[in-house]
Design a protein. Structure first.
Length: 300
């Protein structure tokens, strides 16, 4: 199988590219800067594709995970970069697909669970309406509408939750206070964390690639979301560290500005489509995920 991963140098894309290459697939990573071939795949720049789309002629799969990180202070310029990077990358993929004679069988495009809006009481699945009351929800809505311009191929939109891995993403920073013995709930602690282990994140992408019946939005979350308070308590139990030092909401707002809403607000999102299709989660509970991510190298 020939797979092009747009944004393949990031946390999720890197895991995906390495796993696909290790299984013998031909993998090309599309990135901003040319890099030497390594780890079983080669690199192509966006600029190269603009002048020579034939580089990806006949590829079976496109996976687009490109976009500016939201883990930064949301200045006016940062907000514009977060939105525009996603729209530009997805628009470029749509243009590329249109130009190709041999189009990919499927395009798996990144998206986010933020499209459902924040709530401490409601539960969301793929059929839930969009609530466009905040920056991230509006960003994801525009992102998905841009993805709909990708024509004449099967399209999957990955509504990605909080991805847990020990080598990237937000999780290492979330565990740091516990390792320093100052872990505790954030804000009220009642906000939901809809999380997924990196292994299942990659598993869902691969399932979407190989199962032709899957299309449209797919929630990439584990079956059992938890509140922020329970999330922290489970870190403490796994690491054998106290969960006692609460972080007031106003301090986060002072430190992070508008970006603090990512930590202070949440959504209870369920992966109903994957459950209905029979995808078998390797890490369906937080205890299983933390035992894998946090116990490695810890004394028994």
């Amino acid at each position: 199988m020939k797979v092009a991963v747009f944004g393949g140098s990031g946390f999720i894309g890197g895991h995906l590219a390495r796993e696909l290459a290790a299984d013998g697939n031909e993998v090309v990573i599309v990135t901003r800067k040319q890099q030497p071939r390594r780890d079983g795949f080669r690199y192509v720049t966006w600029q190269e594709l603009e002048v020579n789309s034939e580089v990806l002629e006949g590829f079976d799969v496109f996976v687009n995970l490109a976009g500016e990180s939201i883990n930064q202070r949301w200045t006016k310029k940062a907000k514009a970069r977060i939105l525009n990077s996603r729209l530009k990358a997805t628009g470029a993929v749509a243009s590329l697909v249109e130009r190709l004679t041999q189009k990919p069988e499927v395009v798996v495009n990144g998206s986010g669970m933020s499209i459902y809006g924040y709530s401490d009481s409601d539960t969301f699945d793929e059929s839930s309406p969009h609530r466009l009351s905040d920056l991230l929800a509006r960003t994801v809505d525009e992102w998905e509408r841009k993805a709909e311009t990708i024509r004449n191929v099967r399209l999957v939109k990955l509504r990605i939750g909080l991805v847990l891995g020990d080598d990237g993403g937000a999780f290492p920073l979330m565990t740091l206070p516990y390792k320093m013995l100052v872990g505790g709930k954030v804000g009220s602690g009642k906000q939901w964390h809809s999380w997924i282990h990196i292994t299942d994140m990659i598993g869902i992408i691969r399932y979407c690639i190989t199962h032709k019946e899957v299309e449209g939005p797919v929630n990439c979350t584990a079956p059992y979301p938890v509140t922020n308070d329970e999330f922290g308590r489970q870190i403490g139990r796994t690491l054998r560290r106290p969960h006692w030092f609460p972080v007031p909401a106003f301090l986060l707002k002072l430190a992070l500005g508008e970006m603090s809403e990512v930590l202070l607000e949440g959504q209870r999102v369920l992966p109903m489509k994957m459950l209905d299709y029979g995808y078998a989660f390797q890490y369906s509970t937080l205890e299983q995920a933390f035992h894998n991510l946090l116990k490695r190298g810890q004394p028994s």
